[in-house]
Design a protein around this ligand. Structure first.
Ligand SMILES: Cc1cc2nc3c(=O)[nH]c(=O)nc-3n(C[C@H](O)[C@H](O)[C@H](O)COP(=O)(O)O)c2cc1C
Length: 265
C-alpha cells in the first residue's frame, strides 16, 4: 500500500514520535507498505492570498500551484494519507491550516472519493480531538471516504515517550486504517457529506460557461459527469440517500438563481 504522510509540523518533536510509531505499526501490518513524506515546513508554501483564482479559473491558476500541484498529485497516487501535525491553541498549526486554505476549492469540486485518511496529532493536554476532527471535516469535504483519528495528549514539551496506552491506541487505529485500505470496501457517505456535495452540484448550473459569472465549478461538475449523480459512482449509495442527495441538489439549483456569487471582472 502507498502511504503519503503530510507532515504539518515545524520540527521533529512529539508528533513526529507518534507519526513514526504509527508508521512502524503500519509497516508491521503491511509487508508492502511504501511511505512518502511531504514536510510542509520544507515546501515554503506562502499563505493563501485569497485571490480566489482556484475557485474562479481553476487551481492551476493559483500563484502557488507549483507547490500545491505535487501535493494534490501525491494524494491521488496514494492509497492512504497520513496527516500529522501538532495541536496549537486547540486547532491546526498554521502550516497545516495554510494547506487546508489552499485546498478549499476542493470542497467545491471534490475528488478523493476512494481515499482514506489517518489523522494524528499530539497536544500538551487538551484540544487534539478538536484539531483532528476539524481536519477530518475538511478531508471529508474533499471526498475522503473515511478518516481514522489518533489524537494523543503527550503531556510534554518535546520529550514525549509513548505510554503503553498510546501504543495500544496507535496499534488499534493503524490496524483499522490498514484493514480498511486492504479490504477496499468503500462506505456510503453520511447525510452530512451529501448535503454540501449536492448543494455545490446544484449551484454549479448557475456558473456554466457562457453565464454572467461563469467559473470553474460550472465546468467541473459537467466534465466529470458528477452533475448527474447524487454522489461519486465508485461509492455505494442506497436509494434513500440518492433521494436525500437529489433533494439538496434541487435546493442548490433553486438557491443559486437568487444568490449568484459575483466577482470583479
Ligand atoms: C504554539 C503552541 C500552542 C500550543 N497549544 C496547545 C493547546 O492548545 N493545548 C494543549 O494542551 N497544548 C498546546 N501546546 C502543546 C503542544 O500541543 C504539545 O507539546 C505537542 O505535543 C507539540 O507537538 P510537537 O512537539 O510535535 O510540536 C501548544 C504548544 C505550542 C508550541
Amino acid at each position: 500500500m502507498k502511504y503519503l504522510i503530510i507532515n504539518g509540523s515545524a520540527h521533529n518533536g512529539n508528533t513526529y514520535k507518534l507519526q513514526e510509531l504509527a508508521k512502524q505499526e503500519l509497516a508491521e501490518l503491511d509487508a508492502r507498505a511504501e511511505f512518502q513524506e511531504i514536510r510542509l515546513r520544507d515546501c515554503s508554501l506562502p499563505f493563501c492570498l485569497g485571490c480566489s483564482l482556484c475557485f474562479r479559473k481553476g487551481h492551476s491558476y493559483c500563484p502557488h500551484n507549483t507547490i500545491i500541484q505535487p501535493i494534490i498529485d501525491g494524494i491521488e497516487q496514494s492509497d492512504g494519507v497520513i496527516f500529522s501535525f501538532p495541536t496549537y491553541n486547540m486547532q491546526l498549526p498554521a502550516l497545516m491550516k495554510n494547506l487546508v486554505d489552499h485546498f478549499c476549492f476542493i470542497q467545491h469540486r471534490p475528488r478523493y472519493f476512494t481515499k482514506l485518511a489517518l489523522i494524528l496529532t499530539t497536544t500538551g493536554a487538551v484540544g487534539a480531538k478538536n484539531a483532528a476532527e476539524y481536519l477530518a471535516g475538511a478531508a471529508r469535504s474533499w471526498g475522503f471516504n473515511r478518516c481514522y483519528l489518533l489524537p494523543v495528549a503527550a503531556v510534554s514539551w518535546n520529550d514525549y515517550k509513548p505510554t503503553n496506552q498510546h501504543r495500544k491506541q496507535t496499534n488499534k487505529i493503524a490496524k483499522q486504517f490498514y484493514e480498511a485500505l486492504a479490504g477496499k470496501k468503500l462506505r456510503s457517505p453520511t447525510l452530512g457529506t451529501l448535503i454540501p456535495f449536492n448543494l455545490f452540484r446544484g449551484m454549479s448550473y448557475a456558473y456554466k460557461p457562457g453565464t454572467e459569472y461563469a467559473y470553474q465549478d460550472g465546468v467541473f461538475w459537467e466534465e466529470t459527469g458528477l452533475i448527474h449523480r447524487a454522489y461519486a459512482p465508485q461509492i455505494p449509495l442506497p436509494i434513500h440517500k440518492q433521494l436525500f442527495g437529489n433533494l439538496f441538489f434541487l435546493l442548490g439549483k433553486k438557491m443559486s438563481k437568487s444568490m449568484i456569487v459575483t466577482y470583479k471582472k
